[in-house]
Design a protein around this ligand. Sequence first.
Ligand SMILES: Nc1nc2c(ncn2[C@@H]2O[C@H](COP(=O)(O)OP(=O)(O)OP(=O)(O)O)[C@@H](O)[C@H]2O)c(=O)[nH]1
Length: 386
Amino acid sequence: MTTVPAASTHWVVRMNYRNRSASWLFVVAVLGVHFRDIGLGTGAWVPMLAQFVVYPHVVYLRARRAKDPLAAEIQNMLLDNFCFGLWAAALGFPLWIGYMLIICGCINVTAFRAGKGAVQALAAAALGAALTVAVTGWRFTPDTSLLVSALSMGCLTTYLVLFARGAHTRTVVLANTRAQLRQSQAQLQSQLQAVQSLQAQLTEQANRDPLTGLYNRRYLNTALPRELDASAGAGLPLAVLLMDLDHFKLINDRLGHAAGDDVLCQVAALLLEGTRANDICCRYGGEEFLLVLPGMALDAALARAQAFRQKVADRQWCADGQPVAVTLSVGVACTLGAALSPAALIDRADRALYQAKAEGRNRVSAARPAPAGGADAVASPTSPAP
Ligand SMILES: Nc1nc2c(ncn2[C@@H]2O[C@H](COP(=O)(O)OP(=O)(O)OP(=O)(O)O)[C@@H](O)[C@H]2O)c(=O)[nH]1
């Protein structure tokens, strides 16, 4: 009884096992009738049954257990052809039987190895035939009875139909696999997009101050060198405004931390209102903000700082539902080209800010370039509080 090949077995091994087990039974019938026609007895039946009934199971088991089942199965197919050559020559090359055996074997190998397979199959069959002729001598009896010829045709047809059915099954499997692959690819694509958007969100979050939504110092550390390089490359100035809320501790102490937070958020929003697309607005520290102004010279930066200071001072502030007075001091520093490092530029702005604080707060102070070789200087307040 034919056992059903395990699904884990290579599909070529499974397909050939099915084809051999089924279509070769037909060969047994063809040869049985032919043996009767030419008067061969039991002695011929034994090797014939061994070849066409037992052999399919033996080679199937061999291929199943092989390390490389496909390679083993190709060897099996060549062995089939070799045996077909033996049989054809042993029977005196009966035309229909020989054709049936050799063409089936040839098609099988050709399906997997193309033209090379056909040549190998024919060579294996020729080798088998030559061996038989060498041992038993040349015999040529091409005729077969009508029944044997008809059975041979039937056998060939059965084999071809089985083969085509196997090819069709394979095509369906391939089409399904392709569809599954396309689906998986689409899923992977959408997962990749989700991961990328999550990554972008995470990067954005990592670069933002959670309270005010402005860029944080981490972002500034990468953005300021980049902007400085770009400005230097374009031969343009770059200004920074370092702003610090005046006596902010008092707001916290009098109105509470929530009110302090509220003021910080409102100042941040106000700061954003006046920024250009390429300005970089950061929360630099607790109550400190830093504005990077690419392409802006010192005078324009001072005017910008002054305008913002004035806007803050003039505004009717209300923090957490309570009125409050808010002012800020600003230190401005500017560089042209690559004259200053990011740290040196911020340091200048910080010193200018310190001076603005020292001179009474609610004012803008600018760092001016020191004389060549000398220490940096901070200019006199350019904008005393009104
Ligand atoms: N509400 C709130 N307060 C903060 C935050 N970060 C820092 N602060 C407070 O900001 C205050 C800063 O105080 P100081 O450094 O003394 O500065 P100041 O009171 O503004 O005084 P001057 O800068 O000298 O005008 C401290 O009380 C901090 O607790 C924050 O995220 N929220």
